[in-house]
Write a protein that binds this ligand. Structure first.
Ligand code: PLZ
Length: 445
């Protein structure tokens, strides 16, 4: 099999041209003529190959990846087990459409999802292509199963860019602006955001619940949809007790609790799912990103009585659960187990948190350091306040890029730097990346 990896990609960050280099700049020019201007790219270096936590661009620069393609390649780039599984599957068959003729890989991924997601109750799953599509389907299922329409979402939420998921997403620019009209029956309530609201989990939950009950009515609510650690919205970790209180409320009122674990799931936070940190058992879990190591695959997993309430033929799609993507997912899950990436994510989190906390002592622009496992962020503020400092975030990302490090920003105000390294990043690579990030932060403050 093809298990040989491309050994030409080094293991160290190495910048050999100005960034972007001449070949990347030439490709970028071609791109301007060919690709819609609606797609922008933070760091337009064109990638040729990758390995582990290093991306190699067309000019021969070796770039340290602290973003994993937005939490996707958690097992690292070019993992031999994944290459083998995908290559074998490509040679066997690439597509049948699961609704026409099925195959084993689809069933096996559903079995894994049913077993890995929290709770020992009977579950079934359905597979799709993208996170947005998974969220859309979770909402469809919850509405059908409950016979209700209202969907409750939170401030700072991100759930996708399709029409329904734009409505579920909080931030207008760039996701929603002038793309409406949006889907009705979506209600947004306050998120627990300890750094900014200072509320305990119980207080924040009481506030959210009060708004739902007075403005929507519990009996109208089909589902409450929440990211247990918010991703694009700023790596917001709700105060302890917030998620359990909401979960209890949904159970009491027959509301479907949907955990969107698309960014936080699959080892990222040091557990299979972020809800596990507080023992919350969702009715439905949506997954994507880290699930398939870079192949497009998403899942909806939930209580069998909800998932199976759907009429025959009510769920589907041409490519959902594509055989190559399901082979990638099975190899990814196996790799996560064999390399004990849950444990590694916790170790990375400890190192990153300690480094950022030390930096916070030195500079006045870091207001908060937060996150779980290998999903850690710093919120940048105007010194002495909690007011957002988006300019600093932008400057830090640019500085990192110039030094050959991919760092991502997020946050409703664009003032959060988030770290999502591949979980196979070495200690040396991480120390190198954190050093560059510290230099960048000092330069910006
Ligand atoms: N739910 C929690 O994080 C995707 C978006 C990048 P798709 N986040 C990255 C961008 O700017 O488009 C995401 C997420 C959560 C849903 C989604 C949507 O997943 O696979 O991008 O559709």
């Amino acid at each position: 099999m093809v298990s040989s990896i491309d050994s030409s990609v080094g293991t160290e960050r190495k910048v050999v041209t100005e960034l972007p280099g001449p070949k990347s700049r030439a490709l970028h020019e071609r791109r301007q003529a060919a690709v819609s201007a609606g797609l922008t790219t933070g760091f337009p270096i064109y990638i040729e190959r990758a390995h582990g936590a290093i991306l190699q661009d067309v000019d021969g620069n070796q770039i340290l990846d602290l973003g994993s393609g937005i939490a996707v390649v958690s097992i690292g780039h070019a993992v031999p087990e994944l290459i083998d599984a995908v290559s074998t599957q490509v040679a066997a068959f690439t597509h049948t459409c699961f609704m026409v003729t099925p195959y084993q890989g689809y069933v096996e991924v559903c079995e894994e999802l049913n077993a890995l997601t929290p709770g020992t109750h009977a579950k079934t799953s359905a597979l799709f292509n993208s996170g947005s599509e998974a969220v859309e389907n979770a909402v469809k299922i919850a509405r059908l199963a409950t016979g209700r329409q209202a969907i409750v979402v939170f401030d700072h939420a991100y759930h996708g860019r399709t029409n329904l998921t734009m409505a579920l997403t909080a931030k207008n620019m760039p996701y929603k602006d002038r793309f409406g009209p949006f889907a009705p029956e979506i209600y947004r309530v306050p998120m627990s955001y300890p750094f900014l609201d200072g509320r305990t989990g119980a207080e924040a939950a009481a506030l959210a619940i009060q708004e739902i009950e007075t403005q929507v009515g519990a009996h109208n609510v089909a589902a409450l949809l929440i990211e247990p650690v918010q991703g694009e919205g700023g790596f917001v970790v709700p105060a302890e007790g917030f998620l359990p209180a909401l979960s209890q409320w949904t159970t009491k009122h027959g509301v479907v609790f949907i955990a969107d674990e698309i960014q936080s799931g699959f080892c990222r936070t040091g557990d299979w799912f972020a809800v596990n940190h507080e023992g919350v058992i969702p009715d439905i879990v949506t997954t994507a990103k880290g699930l398939a190591g870079g192949m497009p695959l998403a899942g909806v997993t939930g209580r069998a009585e909800l998932m199976n309430a759907v009429h025959e033929g009510g769920l589907g799609g041409t490519y959902g659960g594509n055989p190559v993507a399901t082979a990638a997912a099975l190899a990814t899950i196996k790799t996560m187990r064999e390399r004990n990436l849950l444990q590694r994510a916790r170790e990375l989190g400890d190192v990153i948190t300690a480094s950022l906390r030390a930096l916070q002592e030195d500079v006045a622009i870091i207001g908060d350091v937060r996150g779980r496992g290998a999903m850690i962020a710093m919120e940048l503020v105007m010194p002495g306040t909690k007011l957002p400092n988006a300019a600093a975030a932008k400057a830090i990302v640019q500085y990192c890029n110039q030094q050959g490090v991919i760092a991502l920003s997020c946050g409703t105000a664009g003032n959060v730097i988030r770290l999502l390294p591949p979980l196979v990043i070495t200690d040396e690579q991480l120390a190198d990346g954190l050093g560059v990030l510290a230099d960048a932060t000092r330069a910006a403050s």
